[in-house]
Design a protein around this ligand. Structure first.
Ligand code: AMP
Ligand code: GLY
Length: 425
């Protein structure tokens, strides 16, 4: 049988990881990416169509005769790309616009969790009629303030400073009409990616992201500065609680909607010291950089898994996972997560490691090829990924790779995986 033609939408490290996974799939013949980056260009054909251009993406899918479209970012999902592709019978991995509202509106997700009795932080909606100062006096810090819009990782402030909380609350109400303030959850975070459709679901190995920009989890939130998998904080007993209390009720709800959910549900978790899980957020797409550490641990054919899900048939497969561990370290541009300096040359990103069971390589994110040189084009430029029998070895491989790369002004965290490693002597 000739392999499928797949179109991947997006341009980050996540999409490079998906394209590498599909390139290793026997079921896949050719890979197209829109718009892609310097990494995806090495695995397939990039097309200059932005992820926000839904008409352009639908036309491209028809033009190349796509057998499957895989959506990376949330924007086109909320914008209804899946609805459009299903109208013309092109299988699409990613939920329709209604399912995507789980990420598109945090208030909608909160209301649903309340209805389904899924554990999550209590939330209050504040608007122009609320007494903000009184609210902050009555509710002790830290305050978790969330805008109810897609804000590319910039819509949440966690702070104990009254002036910072107040400013973000007033600014958000000014922009959006209202804002959400959540109870602060104590514990350790983990991400569980659950591939699901109406026939069933498959949990990928749990991972942990490092959201703060600086070592020791300090500084502002970012899209993610590194990740590792599997995350030991998700013990077998935590995992079974997450399934029973969160994944099962969500799956039961989503499979019974008039248009069932077909894609990945990203469950952002906080796990307290008693092993009690709560939902921090739902996303309707693969995480970035969680995907870079999760997809390399899938041993089965990724193309078959994504197609089966897009067709509502995931229960026909029984995917197999590796027993190895993986880690990825993000290299960010100067200034990230603020205004990033881009357009700078990157060298050394083609380095790979292949020693016994250990291997490592670069997942390209915000970088393009210009005049034969690799040049930075975004905040998160690349992710150096290691895969090895032990997590400590995977982390070493990732840092060995990052040490061989140069990009002026760039920065990275040097404590990725610290929670999962024994303390240093
Ligand atoms: P979100 O976009 O909702 O995932 O929030 C971004 C980050 O803010 C999360 O990954 C957490 O690190 C932090 N955060 C969000 N909600 C809470 C909460 N209720 N309690 C503690 N930290 C939170
Ligand atoms: N790494 C966090 C996210 O993808 O939302």
């Amino acid at each position: 049988m000739e392999g499928m033609t797949v179109l991947i939408v997006g341009s980050g490290g996540r999409e490079h990881a998906i394209s590498i996974g599909l390139n290793q799939s026997h079921s896949v013949g050719s890979i197209h990416i829109a718009p892609g980056n310097a990494g995806t260009a090495m695995v397939g054909t990039n097309h200059p169509v932005e992820a926000s251009n839904i008409d352009g993406l639908v036309s491209l899918a028809m033009e190349i005769g796509a057998d499957l479209v895989v959506i990376g970012p949330e924007g086109p999902l909320v914008g209804g790309i899946t609805d459009r592709l299903r109208e013309i019978s092109i299988p699409c991995f990613g939920p329709h616009s209604e399912g995507a509202m789980l990420e598109g509106s945090k208030m909608h997700a909160k209301d649903l969790m309340k209805q389904l009795r899924i554990p999550t932080a209590a939330a209050t909606r504040l608007d122009r009629n609320s007494d903000i100062k009184d609210f902050l006096t009555q509710n002790p810090p830290p305050w978790v303030v969330k805008r109810d819009v897609l804000a590319a990782g910039k819509g949440v402030v966690v702070t104990s400073k009254t002036d910072e909380a107040e400013r973000f609350i007033y600014d958000s109400i000014e922009k959006d009409g209202f804002v959400i303030v959540e109870e602060f959850l104590e514990g350790e975070e983990a991400s569980l990616l659950v591939i699901m459709d109406e026939s069933g679901y498959v949990c990928l190995p749990p991972s942990q992201d490092h959201k703060r920009v600086w070592n020791g989890d300090k500084g502002p939130n970012t899209g993610g500065m590194g990740a590792y998998a599997p995350a030991p904080v998700v013990t077998p007993s935590v995992h079974s609680r997450v399934l029973k209390e969160i994944v099962e009720p969500m799956h039961h709800y989503l499979r019974n909607q008039s248009v069932p959910y077909r894609g990945v549900l990203y469950v952002g978790l906080m796990i307290d010291s008693d092993g009690r899980p709560s939902v921090v957020e739902f996303n309707v797409r693969f995480g970035d950089p969680e995907t870079q550490v999760t997809i390399p641990l899938i041993e089965s054919d990724l193309g078959e898994i994504l197609l089966a899900t897009a067709e509502g048939n995931i229960s026909s497969l029984n995917p197999v996972f590796s027993t190895l561990s993986s880690a990825t370290v993000v290299l960010a541009s100067e200034g990230y997560p603020g205004l990033s300096k881009t357009g700078k040359e990157i060298t050394g990103a083609d380095v790979t490691i292949d020693e016994g069971l250990s291997r490592g390589y670069v997942h390209v994110a915000g970088a393009i090829i210009q005049g034969g040189r690799m040049v930075s084009s975004g905040g998160r430029v690349l992710a150096a990924t290691g895969i090895a029998p032990k997590l400590s070895q995977a982390i070493d491989v990732a840092y060995q790779i990052i040490d061989s790369i140069s990009l002026e002004g760039s920065h990275f965290r040097n404590d990725i995986g610290h929670r999962a490693l024994p303390p240093k002597e």
